[in-house]
Design a protein around this ligand. Structure first.
Ligand code: SF4
Length: 222
């Protein structure tokens, strides 16, 4: 798993500003250090998709995804993979530890962990893409609870359906916050290879018509 320093800087809120050597070194050290704290695991299941007036039903599960945004995201999908991924709980403890003794280090470690979970989700997505390719299909981008009008109160149902606590140690609080914190749940549609995939953020972007990333079928990462 590779983490790009530019991604870490992006999570720290840097946009091409000058970075002093202390911060530069701290990021390099933290990218290495965090490898000892993470235990990346993921799990997924695939379902046939049925559209209904208010969203999407995943057949042979109790999952109903309500909202126009997820319906739009899966509008061309015949199947949907539901996946969950986590870096494990040790990295949370280390971030909390540094919050007490070195807040800058805690912030950098937190940004590194976010970059790692995103990188790990990219890896998991590639594995799911292989399943889609076996069916001669392509995948959509991943879409998580909390995007658009898909509410996060669905987290508990997702985790139960995936048996995520037993399989990867992932659970959620009563407020639907994933524990461990550096975790993700998401939906990935399977659709025809002839359809160009579109990131959910592109729909509302003011660069939509001129964007070279989107035209190339990729995404800017913003
Ligand atoms: S890929 Fe292009 S259209 Fe999509 S969000 Fe980024 S800049 Fe906007």
């Amino acid at each position: 798993m590779h983490v790009d320093k530019k991604e870490v800087l992006r999570y720290l809120g840097y946009r091409n500003q000058y970075i002093d050597s202390n911060l530069n070194n701290l990021i390099d050290e933290s990218i290495e250090e965090i490898k000892a704290y993470i235990k990346p695991r993921y799990t997924f299941k695939m379902f046939d998709v049925e559209k209904y007036f208010n969203g999407i039903k995943l057949l042979e599960s109790n999952l109903v995804l309500k909202g126009k945004d997820i319906k739009n995201h899966l509008k061309n999908s015949s199947k949907c993979a539901v996946f969950a991924a986590t870096l494990g709980s040790v990295v949370d403890s280390k971030i909390r530890y540094y919050e007490r003794i070195n807040l800058t280090k805690a912030l950098v470690l937190d940004a590194c962990a976010t970059a790692y979970i995103e990188s790990f989700c990219d890896f998991a997505e590639k594995e799911i893409e292989k399943e889609a390719n076996k069916l001669n299909l392509n995948i959509t981008y991943r879409y998580s609870p909390g995007y658009g009008d898909l509410t996060i109160d669905i987290q508990g149902n997702i985790l139960n359906m995936l048996d995520a606590y037993r399989k990867i140690g992932l659970t959620a609080t009563e407020d639907f916050i994933l524990i461990p914190r550096k975790s993700v749940t998401a939906f990935i549609g399977f659709q025809s290879k002839s359809i160009k995939r579109q990131h959910p953020s592109c729909r509302n972007c003011n660069k939509y018509s001129s964007c070279i990333y989107r035209k190339g079928g990729s995404y800017c990462g913003n």
